[in-house]
Design a protein around this ligand. Structure first.
Ligand code: NAD
Ligand code: ZN
Length: 367
């Protein structure tokens, strides 16, 4: 039996359904929430090969009419060009205001399909079926959708909450191990921000999550989604500044700089950058004298035991601290000429700080 995690927001409420074999039961699970027995499925080529037949069969069995649109895998599909092509096909198809967009795939498909749903006919109903660990624990909860522009990632977007999210651990069985580890970094992140019990759970069960144990995966997804849902419910549109959704960026200022420095070419996965960034956020906090050294050591040990990247110098690419600093200063977290960072007072105690001296940031980068 799947677990239902309620997400309740000011204007809407929905369930994140977590369990195994959900895609093959999607028709029956979604029928009660669909305003019309008609959907447009958006997916990428990899996921289409692996999981689309089961989704389509379950739609057919429950009498839900569908049309499927497939994009190329990868970040480059979060583009104006792909957006335009899909919207064009959807409008040509003659959709109505009740036709639901179903995203089957990772964060790329979820962000793109969500943005199409948010904007087509000023808003179509939307369902997320996330198939990567990252999208199950992070991008499918919170309602952020969008595409990239030549000026940067995710600069064009909208908040659009789904009718339902189906997080199927069975989909993760086909995920490359590296993608699984990268998604796992976001789970660790949640624990480190504000859920020390989740971090302790990770220390005990992280290895089984990464060994594809469906029970541990389901439990990890449940805890991480519950954490994100709490943060999002308290700050739906990222307006609270310091203590709301901004905390979800723990480790991300560093991570984004590493990704940007490699030109977002996929050599470093987002979650791998985050993994290094988490340790750096602890190292910086220790340097600032606000976090115990023992907590930094615990975080480092956890990441390294599981074979996750934790230090810049262990990466097979060389980085210059000066270049990384330039990226961080350009990052949108730079406000009034000062570097804004998510720091920690310890495990599960994140906070934002607006006045981190650039020199200390430089020092932790070089360690
Ligand atoms: P992704 O969607 O590119 O998926 C990673 C790779 O795995 C792709 O090649 C994909 O085809 C493949 N794949 C997906 N599911 C699979 C499966 N079950 N088996 C085998 N292969 C599978 O990447 P991602 O890491 O899921 O998401 C990254 C995106 O999410 C970024 O664009 C990021 O900006 C976005 N994101 C959004 C939010 C948000 O709040 N909206 C939060 C975090 C990240
Ligand atoms: Zn992230």
């Amino acid at each position: 039996r799947p677990i239902r995690l309620p997400v309740s927001l000011s204007h809407t409420a929905y369930d994140v359904v977590i369990g195994t074999d959900l895609i093959s039961r999607a028709g029956a699970l979604l029928a009660p929430v669909l305003p019309q027995k008609r959907v447009i499925i958006i997916t990428d080529e990899n996921v289409a090969d692996l999981h689309l037949p089961r989704l389509e069969a379950s739609m057919q069995d429950t009498g839900i009419r569908f049309r499927t649109l497939i994009v190329q895998p990868g970040e480059q599909s979060k583009s104006f060009a792909t957006y335009e092509r899909l919207v064009d096909e959807i409008l040509q198809e003659g959709v109505e205001r009740k036709t639901t967009i179903v995203a089957l795939g990772g964060g790329v498909v979820g962000d793109l399909a969500g943005f199409i749903a948010a904007t087509t006919l000023r808003g179509l109903p939307f369902v997320q079926i996330p198939t990567t660990l990252l999208s199950q624990v992070d991008s499918s909860v919170g309602g952020k959708t969008g595409i990239n522009t030549r000026w940067g990632k995710n600069l064009l977007g909208a908040f659009h909450q789904p009718l339902s999210v189906l997080a199927d651990a069975s989909a993760l069985t086909t995920l490359p191990k590296r993608e699984l580890s990268a998604g796992y970094a976001e789970i660790v992140k949640s624990g480190l921000i504000g859920d020390p019990a989740l971090f302790e759970w990770c220390e005990k069960h992280g290895e089984s999550v990464l060994n594809f144990d469906p029970e541990s995966q389901t439990e990890a997804v449940r805890q991480a989604c519950a954490f994100k849902a709490r943060v999002v419910a308290a700050d739906e549109r990222e307006q609270q500044g310091s203590d709301g959704r901004a905390l979800l960026n723990l480790g991300h200022t560093f991570g984004h700089a590493l990704e940007a420095e490699l030109g977002y070419d996929g050599r470093l996965l987002h979650g791998e950058g985050v993994s290094i960034g988490l340790r750096l956020a602890f190292a910086l906090s220790v340097k600032l004298g606000v976090c115990p050294q023992a907590d930094l050591e615990r975080v480092t040990a956890h990441l390294e035991t599981l074979g996750m990247p934790a230090r810049i110098r262990n990466l097979p690419y060389s980085f210059s601290a000066t270049d990384l600093m330039v990226h961080m200063q350009r990052d949108k977290k730079m406000q009034d000429g000062r570097l804004s960072f998510v720091l920690v007072r310890g495990i599960g105690k994140a906070f934002t700080s607006r006045d981190v001296p650039a020199e200390l940031v430089r020092e932790v980068l070089l360690e």
